[in-house]
Design a protein around this ligand. Structure first.
Ligand code: GLN
Length: 222
């Protein structure tokens, strides 16, 4: 990554604080359950206009969407109860940029291992995730891991996290567990405008993963 300061792209936007840039994309955070507030503030800090999404009409207004951590089985049920599943699947199929964190990664996955028998996902991301993959003994832990495209390791916080068991063609593995029994397991992926992490960058104050996502949304709205 270049350390050169970026040349101002336009005299109008270059001197303003990021949140007020005319080009600020509107990014929704799915707000049916989970850690919504932390994602809203991380997105704001990255210069996006962050809004909650609970209804299909709110989904229509966003340029990108975050699916937060929480409980994927509960979110799945609520998405169906709130008539959001169909509209979300449609927008994802149309190319909406989406970032799924932890339970959000499960929602984005085309295939789940160890899900509930009736559990459905939105899909879009050609991966198989293993739910609660790290097991009871070490179900929550933290470690610094290298993340492709970021200049220094990310402090990854895993909370009853999934890992990525298998990736399809066109999916790039961005980060893997580096220590312990799960060494080598994939915990961050990207497929076009879809980004997912097993861990929770919104709880660390490090905005680089959100920044990466806001960049994906910006380039998709150009
Ligand atoms: N274990 C949860 C699930 O299956 C995910 C946990 C999280 O998002 N922190 O959805």
């Amino acid at each position: 990554m270049s350390t050169e300061p970026a040349a101002p792209s336009s005299p109008v936007t270059s001197s303003r604080p990021a949140p007020f840039r005319a080009s600020a994309p509107t990014i929704g955070v799915l707000a049916v359950q989970g850690d919504v507030r932390e994602h809203l503030s991380a997105l704001q800090a990255c210069g996006a206009h962050a809004v909650t999404v609970r209804r299909p009409a709110e989904l229509a207004d966003v340029d990108g969407l975050v699916l937060p951590g929480g409980e994927s089985t509960t979110m799945d049920k609520l998405l169906r109860a709130f008539d959001l599943q169909g509209p979300l699947r449609e927008r994802i199929a149309e190319g909406l940029p989406v970032y799924g964190a932890c339970a959000g990664m499960i929602l984005l996955a085309d295939r789940i291992t160890d899900g509930q028998p009736d559990q459905q996902t939105l899909g879009g991301l050609d991966i198989t995730v293993r739910r609660n993959a790290f097991g009871r003994q070490v179900d929550s832990f933290e470690e610094d891991i290298a993340f492709t495209g970021l200049d220094a390791p990310v402090h990854a916080v895993f909370i009853r996290a999934p890992w990525v068991e298998q990736v399809g063609q066109g999916v790039e593995a961005l980060a893997r567990v580096e220590t312990g029994p799960a060494t080598g397991r994939i915990v961050a992926v990207r497929q076009g405008a879809l980004l997912a992490t097993s861990f929770h960058p919104e709880v660390t104050g490090d905005r680089r993963v959100h920044d990466l996502f806001v960049g994906i949304v910006r380039s998709s709205t150009k």
